[in-house]
Design a protein around this ligand. Structure first.
Ligand SMILES: *[C@@H]1O[C@H](CO)[C@@H](O)[C@H](O)[C@H]1NC(C)=O
Ligand SMILES: *[C@@H]1O[C@H](CO)[C@@H](O)[C@H](O)[C@H]1NC(C)=O
Ligand SMILES: *[C@@H]1O[C@H](CO)[C@@H](O)[C@H](O)[C@H]1NC(C)=O
Ligand SMILES: *[C@@H]1O[C@H](CO)[C@@H](O)[C@H](O)[C@H]1NC(C)=O
Ligand SMILES: *[C@@H]1O[C@H](CO)[C@@H](O)[C@H](O)[C@H]1NC(C)=O
Length: 474
């Protein structure tokens, strides 16, 4: 690992992302913004299953991805498209010589590859990069360092992995806690500076904190701001709650869900709910305790298909003016029903129907079973979320969809560094939903289950199976 003393701090940072131009001045805001692009997962349920701990399925589908950003790696710069993941902590890229990338269908081409020997700025670190998944797939190879750029923001040296062996056609940008890097869990080494940490070391941003605005289900772009928040993208107040440690370590973005309602009536398992939930951009759906989900399904008339672990609703449910609320001690985020109703398409381009002819959609909440409770994209789109790794806090506010306004302010240093954010007084600590030993045992949740996109058995095959079980007509 290189230290910052070997690094030349980027002389000037001038970047333009949609509706936003930030110039780094002598004392001006040190913020790095990037546009995110959303590509709908063709089969979100299958994709999430591969990702969730304890579920074993095999399959790859290059076309399924969610939120990604563009980067360039090496000298000369090679373009790679990376999947943004708050649920893991390593950046890694594919390389043209792997068996996967050499397949005749050229599966790595759409997201780009990096060849170490073609880069004049490449430096070898070690061969212990090895991220793997519950289904046995993953990527392994070298940890290296090289120049990495996002828009006009350039890091002269950043450690990342190269998948000389890979079963995942798109590289990942894991931006979680360094302690969750596979170099720590798998190889027993010290954490290295991953992207946000290296940005701090390079003086590009003041503090290891970033904000994610995923935007509406029907919008294609959102953005991520490292080192800053965009006051125009949410409705105040912005309220901060502590991240829940696991075995004494802050390793994942777990916060405490204290209540949930649908149309103003509670759907919580009990009135004293204090449930640990993981904020995970890499998960398409939201996963909650089975009894809670069963209550929700009864209320919305969702048809659960146990073979698929998900439920279907008439698409017209999206037009109903009902809302969910999710409370975290104080902040309460409202999620409109239309954010919970996801379109499904068959491979022939048609939409599945129930037997009475109504068009069927996928419902955005599924039972967690024995797995972790996750607030995935169906929740996260409605929230503006600041991940403050420096202070082990999450700040939440109601998002503003589709706004083109922008008012970026820098996150400073020290406690209370997120501008305008108020700490919730007496936040509730989670009493349920904390996973047992596992996060730091070498195959953390994210390393083990985090990085899979699924769909090897085709979307059609899956939906057919579902159709048989719940009586969909295809
Ligand atoms: C990423 O690059 C691709 C290909 O060059 C381009 O089509 C896309 O618009 C870019 N996305 C972003 C978020 O810059
Ligand atoms: C990947 O792993 C397989 C089996 O472990 C091995 O045969 C192959 O040579 C490795 N390397 C590449 C670049 O695929
Ligand atoms: C790079 O080139 C050197 C010398 O030709 C070779 O020994 C090495 O295996 C190559 N490394 C990679 C990662 O391809
Ligand atoms: C990666 O780690 C797994 C689990 O420890 C191990 O089975 C596998 O052989 C490792 N792969 C490489 C290439 O070291
Ligand atoms: C946001 O924009 C998309 C795409 O134009 C549109 O479909 C959607 O209805 C908008 N959402 C809101 C809440 O206005």
């Amino acid at each position: 690992m290189k230290t910052s003393t070997t690094l030349a701090v980027a002389a000037s940072l001038l970047l333009a992302v949609e509706g936003l131009a930030v110039e780094q001045r002598q004392n001006g805001p040190k913020v790095v913004g990037m546009e995110t692009v959303r590509i709908p997962a063709r089969n979100p349920v299958h994709r999430d299953k591969l990702r969730r701990r304890g579920t074993v399925e095999v399959g790859l589908d290059n076309e399924e991805t969610l939120y990604f950003i563009n980067a360039t790696v090496g000298t000369p710069a090679r373009s790679v498209r990376l999947h943004i993941d708050t649920g893991s902590s390593d950046l890694w890229v594919n390389t043209p010589s792997s068996s996967l990338c050499r397949e005749s269908s050229r599966p790595c081409q759409f997201a780009g590859t990096y060849s170490a020997n073609s880069s004049s700025t490449y430096e070898y670190i070690g061969s212990w990069f090895n991220i793997s998944y519950v289904d046995g797939s993953g990527a392994s190879g070298d940890y290296v360092s090289d120049t990495v750029s996002f828009g006009s923001s350039k890091l002269d040296r950043l450690q990342f992995g190269i998948g000389y062996n890979s079963t995942n056609a798109q590289g990942i940008l894991g931006i979680g806690y360094p302690i969750n890097e596979v170099q720590v869990g798998r190889a027993g080494k010290q954490p290295y500076r991953n992207l946000p940490a290296q940005m701090v070391a390079d003086g590009m941003i003041q503090s290891n904190a970033y904000s994610l605005w995923l935007n509406d289900l029907d919008a294609n772009t959102g953005n991520i701001l490292f080192g800053g928040i965009d006051n125009a993208k949410f409705n105040p107040p912005l309220l901060s709650v502590p991240i829940q440690p696991e075995q004494g370590f802050f390793a994942e973005f777990l916060i405490t869900l204290t209540g949930a309602t649908l149309s103003g009536t509670s759907v919580a398992s009990d009135s004293e709910m204090a449930l640990a939930v993981l904020l995970d951009t890499g998960s398409s759906l939201t996963y909650l305790p089975d009894d809670m989900v069963s209550t929700i399904y009864n209320r919305v008339g969702a048809q659960y298909d146990s073979s698929n672990g998900a439920a279907y609703v008439p698409c017209s449910l999206a037009n109903e003016a009902t809302t969910f609320t999710f409370s975290f001690s104080e902040p309460t985020i409202t999620v409109d029903m239309n954010e919970m109703v996801l379109d499904m398409y068959l491979n022939n381009g048609k939409r599945p129907q129930f037997q009475d002819g109504t068009t069927a959609c996928l419902f955005g909440i599924a039972p967690a079973g024995q797995g972790t409770n996750v607030l995935g994209d169906t929740f996260l789109r409605s929230a503006y979320v600041v991940y403050d790794l420096a202070n082990n806090e999450i700040s939440l506010a109601q998002t503003k969809f589709n706004t083109t306004a922008s008012e970026v302010v820098e996150i400073g240093t020290g406690t209370n560094s997120v501008p305008g954010a108020t700490k919730v007084s007496n936040p509730v600590a989670a009493t349920e939903g904390i996973s047992g030993p596992g996060v730091l045992n070498g195959i953390g949740r994210n390393a083990a289950g985090g990085r899979i996109r699924g769909g090897g058995s085709s979307a059609v095959g899956l939906v057919v199976a579902v159709g048989v079980a719940v009586g969909l007509m295809l």
